[in-house]
Design a protein around this ligand. Structure first.
Ligand code: UDX
Length: 458
């Protein structure tokens, strides 16, 4: 079959693969190829066991793979053959040198830019999809224009706003699609090609165009604002616990103000995931490098409150369990950073496990999807840790349950049965406020919610 257009995506991770699967699904007349240097990951995308778990993703892959969606490791050949290239390589936080712990590590990004330059024999549209520090497009353009040939490259910024666990729905029904370009003739023409792709399923008023720097910055700012809401409500949860107020009631009352809105006001053990902390630190670094220390400090406090919330959670566990956790068995319900994903990157459960191990507690971890990743995260941690998929088996013989992830499954457990199998007095620390706390209290548990008075039998 002759395809109308050929699209390449470099990077088969959580952003690149699902977003290009959606393009392949919505545009059957376009050939979409996803490449990655990681041969194992590509093999998994070509197998029955996809490397990313997302509700609805597998169905779309099965419909498109081999039709107009292909996964390959031959990056150089694919660069030569495709005219529209999405770059979705990872940009982790730097662990070395200047900006270590804050700035984005752009080595994979730069390597990709050079690879595109070396293997291009015709004009290309290069689209940044990974979240990047602003002015990365400028660096990209400089690398791409350093070649001797007269091939033209148009760089666009098209940040991805989808969230894990809801990726397919977010991709299919986005709040907006943002496309940043230069206002030059070729920049506007390149932008039009990308608009044409999204127009297949996104209504025109939701496709926002802007200059490149605004598009790059908007992605960092959107994540910073979302994380800031979580830290704001978590900071108030600490006050509620002291002042006998109820964080759910406060969040509801505050969130019904349409200027504020109800979303992202759920208090818990803090935000995790690959984006929020990384993007805020990136923003903080940018502010410092532009000589704006006050702005940097403001955003840094969002990360500090997030860490404080986890420390506060463990301090509460310790205090409530008679100031000693040594030799006690604590069952962590969930390990992924949120429900409906196996992803554990920056999951608060990692820190919380380490703090429990530091108190010499024995940690039993259960999760319906994330135990494999949990084992990798904790591979070098010393202490007693076990991984048990069945929540009833995991909880049996434990002194306390600590809710880490808002998996729906944990709302529906038979807590009476669990209570009977545990050491008494039995505790539940509901780090996500998802269980029927009053009912669990009536069963016999001592219940410690986030941001609400504890329900105890002492
Ligand atoms: C986020 C952004 O939402 C998305 O737009 C961007 O593209 C990538 O980063 P993601 O990291 O997948 O997506 O998850 P998100 O749903 O935003 O949740 C992040 C963290 O905040 C999770 O740990 C979640 O449990 C926590 N959270 C979220 C809360 O604690 N309370 C809330 O009210 C909302």
């Amino acid at each position: 079959m002759k395809f109308r257009k050929k699209i390449l995506c470099i990077g088969a991770g959580y952003v690149g693969a699902p977003s290009n699967v959606m393009i392949a699904y919505k545009c059957p007349d376009y050939k979409v190829t996803v490449v990655d240097i990681n041969a194992q990951r590509i093999a998994a995308w070509n197998s029955d066991h996809l490397p990313v778990y997302e509700p609805g993703l597998e169905e779309l892959v099965l419909q498109t793979r081999g039709r107009n969606l292909f996964f390959s490791t031959d990056i150089e050949k694919q660069i030569a053959e495709n005219d529209i290239i999405f770059v979705c390589v990872n940009t982790p936080t730097k662990t070395f040198g200047a900006g270590a712990g804050m700035a984005a590590d752009l080595q994979y990004w730069e390597k990709t830019a050079r690879q595109i330059l070396e293997n291009s024999k015709s004009p290309k549209i290069v689209i940044e999809k990974s979240t990047l520090p602003i002015k990365t497009a400028l660096a990209m353009e400089r690398i791409l224009s350093s070649g001797k040939g007269d091939i033209t490259f148009d760089v666009l910024s098209n940040p991805e706003f989808m969230a894990e666990g809801t990726a397919i729905n977010d991709l299919e029904n986005p709040d907006r699609v943002l496309i940043g370009s230069h206002e030059t003739e070729s920049g506007v023409a390149a932008r039009a090609q990308l608009v044409e792709i999204y127009s297949r399923w996104v209504s025109p008023e939701k496709i926002i165009t802007s200059n490149i720097w605004s598009a790059e910055l908007s992605k960092l700012v959107a994540n910073a604002f979302l994380a800031q809401r979580v830290s704001s409500i978590n900071s108030i949860s600490a006050l509620c616990e002291k002042a006998d107020a109820d964080i759910s009631e406060v969040a509801r009352a505050v969130g019904t103000d349409t200027r504020i809105g109800a979303k992202f006001l759920k208090a818990g053990i803090g935000f995790g995931g690959s984006c929020f902390k990384k993007d805020i630190l990136n923003l903080v670094y940018l502010c410092h490098s532009y000589g704006l220390p006050e702005v940097a400090a403001y955003w840094e406090s969002v990360v500090k409150i997030n860490e404080y919330q986890q420390e506060r959670f463990i301090a509460n566990v310790l205090r409530s369990m008679f100031n000693t956790l040594a030799g006690k068995k604590i069952c962590l319900l969930g390990f992924s950073f949120k429900a409906d994903t196996a992803d554990t990157r920056e999951s608060p459960a990692i820190n919380i496990t380490r703090m429990l191990l530091a108190e010499h507690a024995e940690v039993i971890i259960t999760d319906p999807k994330a135990l494999g990743n949990a084992a990798i995260d904790l591979a070098n941690d010393k202490g007693k840790i076990s991984f048990i998929e069945d929540p009833y088996q995991a909880a049996a013989g434990c002194h306390a349950l600590a809710m880490m992830t808002d998996w729906d499954l944990y709302r529906k457990l038979d807590y009476r049965k669990i209570y009977k199998s545990m050491v008494k007095p039995a505790f539940i620390f509901d780090g996500r406020n998802i269980i029927d706390q009053q009912k669990c209290f009536e069963i016999g548990f001592n219940v410690f919610p986030i941001g609400k008075p504890a329900l105890t039998h002492f």
